[in-house]
Design a protein around this ligand. Structure first.
Ligand SMILES: *Cc1c(COP(=O)(O)O)cnc(C)c1O
Length: 384
């Protein structure tokens, strides 16, 4: 088979399977609204939990950063790409979250790949929650270490995995708030188990940092846990993009020697790091935004009782409505769109078969009437 034949066959199979993916051209988008094909919708599919994406202070900081430092880093951090804004941001993140060091990455995906690949070797075991994000599971399955998964959020299942012997080191991997279910990991129990077995815990808190905990410090601070490795990402509540690993001094030095994503890739632009310092400030001062988000979550959950579909037991900004079959979820998503509410249907293989859902996400920038509108449309469709 030629390359072209192989590619068209794969496309045909994908189309036949009903899992064909397409990008959406969004002409304008913020935490609250989006415009597609000239049509306005309420946006219930974003990750801009605090509405910082369009924050005037952060936009201004990015402009100032570009004026001062140029638009790009100009190289990897090891050559000429590491500038004061990145160093300052790393120090601010480390101080804020109580770690010795923070290392910046251009994305959460890159951070998870880099950390897992650089740390684990062939005798090691990566023990990950079954519902971990694709970036974590992908990194783990491509690592020479053995990947073992444990039942979602079940410490006893992790304990069973840890009880089996291993010749190398073990790394336990979980998320703070799970991206598809919106539920929280029992971090204290998981960390205690990991410690009992001389293992390290890595927590990816992409959906927790900025949103929960004191000053938005995230799921770990909220649950009184300090994992050895903490990943925070800036594409969600911070409203930008990029990520950081929080760790001890030796681990940071080790990754600067061995993490290829840090060595062979252009560093985060200093202007972006400068904007991220402003975003960090907004997150730290953002108790009112977090309160608005909480009010929106409570309003939505209160108003959704009596719906035909089951709402997941989540108190985070991610509020999945379980629909069941993929076609039903897609149909419901289309009907909602006709009524002006933009909500993506999430289907297998992203979620287990039979659990296709609408992944509703709420933001501090939603107004009470936006939530009421969504509820009104959902109740109307529910009673059809
Ligand atoms: C979004 C997400 C990532 C990827 O982060 P990016 O910065 O978008 O690459 C990683 N982990 C989790 C849990 C996420 O939700």
């Amino acid at each position: 088979m030629s390359w072209s034949q192989r590619i068209s066959l794969a496309l045909a199979l994908r189309q036949a399977s009903g899992h064909y993916r397409q990008r959406t051209l969004c002409q304008a988008v913020d935490g609250r609204r989006l415009r597609v094909d000239g049509q306005e919708y309420l946006n219930f599919s974003g990750n801009d939990y605090l509405g910082l994406n369009q924050d005037a202070r952060i936009i201004r900081a990015w402009q100032q950063g570009a004026e001062r430092y140029g638009v790009g880093a100009g190289g990897s951090a090891h050559i000429t790409g590491y500038h004061p804004p990145q160093a300052e941001l790393e120090q601010q993140l480390a101080d804020w979250l109580g770690y010795s060091r923070a290392l910046l990455f251009i994305s959460g995906f890159a951070a998870n790949q880099a950390v897992i690949h650089a740390l684990t070797g062939k005798d090691d075991q990566i023990i990950a929650d079954k519902l971990c994000h694709a970036s974590l599971l992908e990194a783990a399955s491509h690592s020479p270490a053995t990947l073992r998964r444990f039942a979602h959020n079940q410490p006893s299942a992790l304990a069973d995995r840890l009880a089996a012997s291993a010749s190398g080191e073990r790394l336990v991997v979980t998320e703070g708030v799970f991206s598809m279910d919106g539920d929280r990991a029992p971090l204290a129990e998981l960390h205690q188990l990991a410690r009992d077995h001389h293992s390290w815990l890595l927590v990816d808190d992409a959906h927790g940092v900025g949103v929960c905990g004191e000053q938005g410090r995230g799921s770990c601070q909220q649950q009184g846990v300090k994992p050895e490795l903490l990943i925070v990402t800036f594409g969600k509540a911070f409203g930008l993009s990029g990520a950081a690993l929080l760790c001890d001094n030796d681990t940071a030095e080790y990754l600067l020697q061995f993490a290829r994503h840090l060595i062979y890739s252009t560093a985060m632009p200093p202007a972006q790091s400068y904007a991220l310092q402003s975003a960090l400030h907004c997150v730290q001062q953002g108790d009112d935004l977090r309160q608005q988000l909480q009010d929106n979550i409570s309003r939505f959950r209160r108003g959704s009782s009596g719906l035909r579909w089951q709402l997941s037991p989540s108190n985070s900004a991610i509020q999945p409505l379980l629909v069941g079959e993929a076609e039903a979820a897609v149909g419901l998503s289309q009907r909602l769109r006709q009524q002006g509410c933009w909500i993506s249907a999430i289907r297998p293989p992203t979620v287990p078969p039979g659990t296709a859902r609408l992944r509703i996400t709420l933001s501090a920038s939603h107004q009470p009437q936006d939530i009421e509108r969504l509820l009104e449309v959902l109740h109307a469709l529910s009673s059809e």
